[in-house]
Design a protein around this ligand. Sequence first.
Ligand SMILES: Nc1ncnc2c1ncn2[C@@H]1O[C@H](COP(=O)(O)OP(=O)(O)OP(=O)(O)O)[C@@H](O)[C@H]1O
Length: 362
Amino acid sequence: MILTKLRLRNFRNYDDCIFHFQKGINCILGKNAQGKTNLLESIYYLSTTRSHRSSDDSDLIRKDADYFGIDAVLEKKEQKEELRVSVSASGKNLYIYRNPVHRVSDFIGECNAVMFCPDDMILFNAQPKIRRRFMDIELGKLSKSYMSKLNDYSKLLKERNAVLKREQFSEEYMSVLNERMAELQVIILRQRVKFMSDLLKISEGFYHELSGDETQLELKYMSCVDPALSEDEMRQGFMAKYQEAYERDRFMKTTAYGIHKDDFTILINGKDAADYASQGQKRTILLAMKVGIVLMINTIKNDTPILLLDDVFSELDQYRRSKLLDLLPKEIQIFISATDLMNSLNDRMVNFYTIENGKLKN
Ligand SMILES: Nc1ncnc2c1ncn2[C@@H]1O[C@H](COP(=O)(O)OP(=O)(O)OP(=O)(O)O)[C@@H](O)[C@H]1O
């Protein structure tokens, strides 16, 4: 898949700007604070229907405007697809070929993009919810069924917590909720553990290639129930956790145990990378994981996703830059933002776009 045309209206510091992009590498150049990240953010938004750096869509609306619009043309195997997102105070509207799309999960997956930006480094030290979000977003790109099960689970969790807040409730209804949630948790947990294991298999090799060393990488998934158990045992395990925490849940009026509390750790040579890895190693681990996700989407969805490298390519040394481009199939469209022209683009087809104050200069 290639993004060939993008129109941004009232998006961040863009008033109305049209871009025509090419295959290969699209290099977005400009001084600081001109709109390079904003441009990559709009592509990420098309992919996930959310920003990678703000949870409030109104931040993305240009100052003094009352809506933003992103229009895109994608080239997919001889076929063109048009996507549109518009956001105003009344909400978010999504369109494919000008037809409204009512379920976000029907829109996600139309434009697959993987972003790597400096803020991703927080993955190592952040609260578990940031790592869970990473898993949910990336796995959601690969599996619509995962997204829908996660959505069902979130609704049930909300309902369970609402019931816990009541003075009195039906024990029977609570056990129906528990059983349904335990079933969903088994499916979600299985998918997450498989995703992390597949991601590790593919990323570890990339890490070795990019770093030039043989450091052992591990992605360790942590849950309140052992994912190595059979499905039946896991289901029983979740039910036992509900029982164990029953008094606590009633007192706290919230659900203590479940996949909404799970986490994972990144280990290098058996030690937590958060405390042990250097900044350069952390960056290389993340890069290897992002490249891994790109290739997983490529294989599983039979689609070439877009790779967005915001402010990170120039941070890599010449060896890693060159290796990175060698690892990525030539069909992958890459967007690189930087303040200056770079070398090590490995004779790839490169198109340059200069941004100045929310406008395309060339
Ligand atoms: N909603 C908004 N309305 C208007 N301008 C905005 C809005 N949100 C952000 N901006 C402006 O966008 C600019 C930042 O753009 P961006 O983050 O894309 O910079 P950049 O070119 O990537 O810079 P750097 O090289 O420093 O990372 C800032 O000038 C900021 O004030």
